[in-house]
Design a protein around this ligand. Structure first.
Ligand code: ARG
Length: 569
């Protein structure tokens, strides 16, 4: 069991004995000691007793002898100082463990993660970038914790725009269309279609007729639609490969997938009495959602023209995910601006009985990416930034950063890729997910500060110790605690499991980056004060073990975020 769970359990037992039932020990890291348990204050209030007395009773009941010294402080806080040999013993165990002390989930869940979800024949924008990066981190963390993860790339591959897109495809010719889409000129293609639709009545009429043909399943039309989808998917897969995210072609499960599940969804909602007519459209009015005027807000399920909208598809998807995929946790990694839509979908699904405990649906929302001017990130011309260009620029800037190293050209290129892409992911995952963040190349691409490159460099430096010393890590070497900096590093290493667990629960990945920064800091202090290769015997073996474990923890932490850790930089 990991350190924090162990301490928590020991204190929970002592608190329960004093309280006569469960009571939260309120254990946390402390400035004054290693940990502190503040639960005696709340418990005393509950029991109407003196908090110091309650604290003293908890202390007397706590079974800590093999682990720590605990003392009472202030009005009833309990300070916990771990025994050096307990730290050493636990780190020795963790070092021998492939999983770095992180346990597999006792009750694995089937988690569907709805993320990335770009739209066919439309450029991915930075919002899709955030969804892709955050969703990928969620998939990696939850999978590593032992959950069954289903990656659901809810591609926007259906709807009225396909009428004009197909007509435009016919105008330019298949070969040219395929060329434009495969080189990633998605917005050019889309905008050209849009412009004709807006200015040429004949084109608009053809487009509308084409939508009808598409919905009716006309084979010739479907073939052209498939062409658009396939070329766009190919382009998105290129972006995913550059980004190094775990999404594959098998994870596309676009809106069109639900086409034949839409009518049953409407029928079921109707028979449950959950649909009402609103200006000719069939709508659900989930409780708790009202507009400015206090009127209930509609979730449009079937439009007045008989077509199904975004909402209907999301309802069909949630029903499919719970009933056919047997998902018990569904994560929607979608921008904050779609929160209300998603909450309305969840509530309607609950009303229909498609979403029930223990299954849960959670909106994993995120803020905007801002440019230096404090506004939504835009290209110089004011349009959306092309994602592929952004990634190329990151790698080019990273290459300039590593250009003066003595690495060979090939290594330089791969390091630049790792650093550039890592910088983009790191800035995203290290900021508080729900908030906006500012895209600032200079701050992102630096070897100092709260950056991915700083952690990558820390990892590479550790690897160079083993290269220089010509030693292979011995994972069974006993770790000794002989110096305060060793102790601080060892303790920090023991905190990794709780951090990963917390990131898996909250899907706040800055928990991991904050932890890794603290770990790299503790390592630097250790390395500055404790000679490693120049020490001898057991101490040398122990310090090498600490270096090795630190390196593996940094690499694993980065990997959970989807960031590569090159062995040399
Ligand atoms: N394609 C949508 C967009 O670009 C995002 C889809 C999010 N997922 C969902 N199930 N609604 O905005």
């Amino acid at each position: 069991m990991d350190l924090e769970s162990l301490l928590h359990d020991r204190f929970a037992a002592a608190f329960a004995a004093v309280a006569g039932g469960p009571a939260d020990p309120a254990l946390r890291r402390s400035q004054h000691a290693d940990f502190q348990a503040d639960g005696a204050l709340a418990l005393a209030r509950r029991l109407g007793r003196n908090p110091r007395e309650v604290g003293a009773e908890v202390l007397a009941a706590a079974d800590l002898a093999d682990l720590a010294d605990a003392t009472l402080a202030g009005p009833g806080f309990i300070n916990v100082s771990l025994h050096d040999d307990a730290i050493a013993r636990m780190v020795t165990q963790v070092n021998a463990d492939e999983r770095l002390g992180v346990p597999l989930a006792e009750a694995p869940r089937t988690v569907v993660i709805d993320y990335s979800a770009p739209n066919v024949a439309k450029e991915m924008h930075v919002g899709h970038l955030r969804s892709t990066v955050i969703g990928d981190a969620a998939a990696r963390v939850l999978e590593w914790l032992g959950h069954d993860v289903v990656r659901a790339n809810h591609l926007g591959d259906w709807g009225t725009p396909f009428g004009m897109l197909i007509e435009h495809l016919l105008d330019v010719g298949e070969a040219e269309a395929v060329h434009e889409l495969s080189v990633g000129d998605l917005s050019g293609f889309y905008q050209a279609a849009r412009a004709k639709f807006d200015s040429e009545p004949g084109f608009a009429d053809r487009s509308r007729a084409r939508v009808v043909a598409l919905q009716a399943g006309d084979e010739a039309t479907l073939r052209l639609w498939r062409l658009l989808v396939a070329e766009s998917e190919r382009y998105f897969l290129n972006v995913y490969a550059t980004l190094g995210v775990t999404l594959t072609s098998g994870d596309f499960c676009g809106e069109s997938f639900y086409n034949d599940r839409l009518a049953p969804v409407v029928d079921e909602l109707k028979s449950l009495g959950l649909l009402r007519d609103s200006n000719g459209a069939q709508c659900a009015f989930p409780a708790g959602f009202t507009g400015r005027d206090g009127e209930p807000l509609p979730l449009i399920v079937r439009k007045s023209d008989g077509g199904y909208g975004y909402g209907a598809t999301d309802l069909a998807a949630i029903r499919y995910r719970t009933q056919e995929l047997h998902a018990d946790r569904m994560l929607y990694v979608v921008g904050n601006e779609q929160r209300q839509h998603l909450e309305m979908v969840y509530q309607t699904a609950r009303d229909a009985g498609w979403l029930a405990e223990p299954a849960e649906a959670l909106h994993v929302g995120y803020g905007l990416v801002l440019g230096a001017d404090g506004r939504k990130l835009a290209s110089r011309a004011g349009g959306t930034v092309k994602l592929a260009d952004l990634l190329d620029e990151a790698v080019a800037r990273a290459l300039a950063l590593v250009d003066n190293t003595d690495l060979d050209e090939e290594t330089k290129a791969s390091v630049a890729h790792a650093v550039g892409i890592g910088a983009i992911k790191y800035v995203d995952l290290s900021s508080e997910r729900g908030k906006d963040y500012t895209f600032d190349w200079d701050r992102m691409l630096s070897f100092t500060g709260d950056t991915g490159a700083y952690l990558q460099y820390a990892y590479a430096r550790i690897q160079s110790i083993f290269r220089r010393g010509g030693v292979v890590p011995d994972r069974s070497a006993p770790v000794l605690v002989t110096h305060p900096a060793e102790r601080a590093l060892a303790l920090q290493l023991l905190l990794f499991p709780a951090v990963v667990a917390l990131a898996g629960q909250t899907l706040q990945f800055h928990r991991i980056t904050v932890y890794l920064q603290a770990l790299a800091g503790a390592y630097t202090s250790f390395y500055d004060t404790c000679p490693v290769l120049k020490s001898e015997g057991e101490v040398r073996a122990s310090r090498l073990a600490l270096c090795d474990l630190t390196g593996r923890t940094i690499a694993r932490g980065l990997d959970l975020l989807g960031i590569a850790a090159p062995a040399r930089m």
